[in-house]
Every structure is written in C-alpha cells, then in structure tokens.
Design a protein around this ligand. Structure first.
Ligand code: HEM
Ligand code: HEM
Length: 190
C-alpha cells in the first residue's frame, strides 16, 4: 500500500490545491525516491493500490467482526481506565527509568496502545482513501477531512504514522521472536 501510494504521490508530489500549496509542508514538489515506489507509473501504482486496498478492507472487516463478535476486544483493545497507568509504567521500564516491569496480563498497556492505534490508523486510511477515491459520490466522507486536499494530507500522514508503528513493531518482534506463533494462532484462549 505504501509503495504504490508513493508512486501515485509522484504524479503531484505537493500538498494543497494547485496554485495555493500549503506553506507548512516543507517537501513541496519533492518526489519520494524510486526504490520506495511500486507500480512504475501512475496507472500501475493505482492498480496495485486499489487491488491491495480492497483486500485490506475485507481483511479489516473480517478481523474487526471476529474481535467484537467473540468479545476479544476486551483483552486486546486499549481501555484508558485499565491500561493508561500500565502503559506509562511500561514506557518507564523500556526507557530504563524503572527497573521492574509492571504486571502484564494478555498484553501490556503499551502493546494495547500500539495495537489499538494501528487499527485506528488503518480505519483512517480506509476512510481517507475512499474520500479521495470518490470525492464527488462519497462527498459526505470527504467533508469531515476538510475536503479533497485535507483528505490527501490525512492519507499521507497516516502512511507516516503506520510506518512509525511498523518500525517499532518489528524491533519488538525481533526481540521476542516466539510471539510470531501467537500472531498466527491468536495466542492463548481467554
Ligand atoms: C495502509 C494503507 C494505505 C497507505 C499506506 C496508502 C498510501 C497512499 C499514498 C502515499 C497516496 C498518495 C497520496 C496522494 O498523492 O494523494 C495514496 C493515494 C491514494 N490512496 Fe491510499 N493508502 C492506503 C490505503 C488506501 C485505501 C484503503 C484506499 C481505499 C480505496 C486508498 C485509496 C487511495 C486513493 C484513491 C488515492 C489517490 C489515487 C489517485 O488520485 O490517483 N488508499 N495512498
Ligand atoms: C502494517 C503492518 C502491521 C500492522 C498494522 C500490524 C498490527 C498488529 C496488531 C494490531 C497486532 C495485535 C493483534 C491482536 O491482538 O489481535 C499485531 C500483533 C503482532 N504482530 Fe503485527 N502488524 C504489522 C506487521 C507485522 C509484521 C511484518 C510482523 C512480523 C514479521 C508482525 C508481528 C506481530 C506479532 C508477533 C504479533 C503478536 C504479538 C503478541 O502476541 O504479543 N506484525 N500486529
């Protein structure tokens, strides 16, 4: 999704409407490097992007339906009342401000915060993607993002946030490789 999105971005690597680009965006007119792109040209990038987007949407619907139907959200989602202090303490442990980790049940608070954020970023990507896909037919989706240009900004910011998540996620997976099995099986039954 990121590679094909960046290929699409090359067609107009600026933010804001033509003739009135946003002054806060420092990389106006700078295309992302070629090795980060998938698709070869605008049309190719769009084909890849939409092909994988529908898969992402179906996969997301299946995942969220299962999680809520089975009550799995209770142990997997970040619930501030339960998880906020645990997340802060875990952060202190990771940054060596604290010597001992907080008690952990299925996930620690920081994990829940990261996973729930990633799911929310995914939903925002789908909504902002649909908003720029059909800005006329799905006008009601484009308006909350502040219009077509706003939705593009959100879509691009979402890419950056997801990449930040993935970078941290992969470091932690590398440190705890045994969790890979849990990723496939869903872990212990609750
Ligand atoms: C992880 C998920 C995704 C990532 C990282 C991503 C990334 C990107 C990026 C970087 C662009 C270029 C922005 C621009 O120049 O306007 C883009 C464009 C676009 N994306 Fe996504 N995207 C994702 C998901 C989706 C989804 C689910 C849809 C739903 C249909 C979607 C639809 C679009 C559309 C319609 C465009 C503009 C295409 C065009 O104007 O030719 N994206 N995406
Ligand atoms: C855009 C890419 C990714 C996203 C958005 C993502 C998101 C997530 C989320 C939301 C969870 C929690 C799932 C749940 O409890 O239902 C999770 C768990 C996990 N992910 Fe990812 N992930 C990504 C890529 C990867 C990759 C590439 C790997 C490994 C190579 C990986 C390894 C894991 C593992 C091992 C867990 C389980 C952790 C545990 O049980 O303690 N993820 N991921």
């Amino acid at each position: 999704m990121a590679g094909s999105g960046l290929q699409i971005f090359v067609a107009y690597p600026s933010l804001g409407p033509r003739g009135a680009q946003y002054s806060w965006y420092p990389f106006q007119g700078t295309p992302p490097p070629e090795w980060l792109r998938i698709g070869g040209w605008l049309g190719g990038g769009r084909h890849w992007h939409f092909a994988i987007a529908w898969f992402l949407i179906l996969n997301g619907i299946a995942y969220l339906t299962y999680m809520f139907a089975k009550g799995e959200w209770r142990r997997r989602m970040f619930l501030p009342q339960r998880d906020l202090v645990n997340a802060a303490t875990m952060f202190a442990y990771y940054t060596r401000l604290r010597k001992t980790p907080p008690p952990v049940d299925f996930y620690n608070g920081l994990q829940r915060l990261a996973y729930t954020s990633a799911i929310i970023f995914g939903i925002v990507m789908v909504l902002s993607g649909l908003a720029i896909y059909k800005p006329v037919q799905l006008h009601f989706l484009t308006v909350p993002f502040g219009g077509y240009d706003g939705a593009r900004v959100v879509h691009l910011a979402g890419l950056a946030l997801l990449m930040l998540f993935v970078a941290n996620h992969l470091v932690l997976v590398a440190l705890h490789p045994r969790e890979l099995l849990n990723m496939i099986t869903g872990g212990k039954r609750g």
